[in-house]
Design a protein around this ligand. Sequence first.
Ligand code: ADP
Ligand code: MG
Length: 346
Amino acid sequence: MRISIWRPSSHTFAPLCVQKHKQAPICSFPFVAFLFILGTLFANLRDLRAARAALFSMTQPTTDAGRGHAAPVIRLQSVQKSFALPNGEVFDAVQSLSLDIQQGDVFGLIGKSGAGKSTLLRLINLLERPDAGKVLVGGRDLTTLSRRELRDTRQNIGMIFQQFNLLQNATVFDNVAFPLKIHGRHSKAEIDARVRECLALVGLAEKIDTYPAQLSGGQKQRVAIARALAPRPQVLLCDEPTSALDSETTRSLLETLREINQKIGVTIVIVTHELSVVEVLCRNVAILEKGRLVEQFAVDAPSEERKTALGREIDELVRRREREARLPVVPRPASVQRNALEAAYV
Ligand SMILES: Nc1ncnc2c1ncn2[C@@H]1O[C@H](COP(=O)(O)OP(=O)(O)O)[C@@H](O)[C@H]1O
Ligand SMILES: [Mg+2]
């Protein structure tokens, strides 16, 4: 069957039809081609709507259907993940877990080793596909997306790892440019400008032409952060990002993450086993035990109602910091105020 298009006449308005006609058509093509054109049109419309929604959600806080209060940027609804073990048993790593994370938050996920923290984090960008439940990011249920839609949506979710996962044979520039190049929608000039912007954000502008092997651990993690931020994600997932770093480097990296959250408003979800990381960086925290969420609270509000030992430990760290902040600064006695070397440089 062929589809033909005629010029509309006075007695009929049927420019598109499959009937026989006396005049010669303007054009004519097989029915299969017609279906193909329709399909392409619909796909592009859907992409356009998705792009507009993504752009909109980068600049505007999402609200619950206009009811005025912010909708979570991440919503996990009864997610479940099991692994088949070599001995034939099934291990439930995440069990019917629901969690909301608000836009702009810095959210900690803590728990003992094996509690399911990394699995839960990987469910948020669908690196692990849940066996049941929904994973909504920016209002879209990722479990319903096609492979291509998921690839596009993942640009909205950056991730960094304990071991940095940089490309060893690529320069810092090429590492940060990588997610922009594979997406293929950016000009060379745009990529160049964005890479420089991201490296400046993590304080590594001068390392642009070096290779990962020439960097310290902290610098490698900064490159990984710059790479994750390059596609302007709404969410940054961090799996034990400071576990391979010494305490001094950890402090400075946490400061960088805090600055990034404040400057660009990216939502940070951080898995860690270091309670000091939660105390210094996070606004909210969830505690996992055996794949279940057992407790969730705002870090700056210690309470007598904590259910878990980890919760009580975090409260204790917060209270200690508050006590220390209230202590008056005691001036050193004049005799020990300056040693000879200090005095020489005053
Ligand atoms: N691909 C897998 N196959 C089998 N078991 C897994 C797999 N991934 C994780 N697990 C198991 O699930 C549990 C939770 O793992 P994980 O999420 O990595 O814990 P955490 O990050 O809290 O240490 C662990 O007992 C781990 O052995
Ligand atoms: Mg882990």
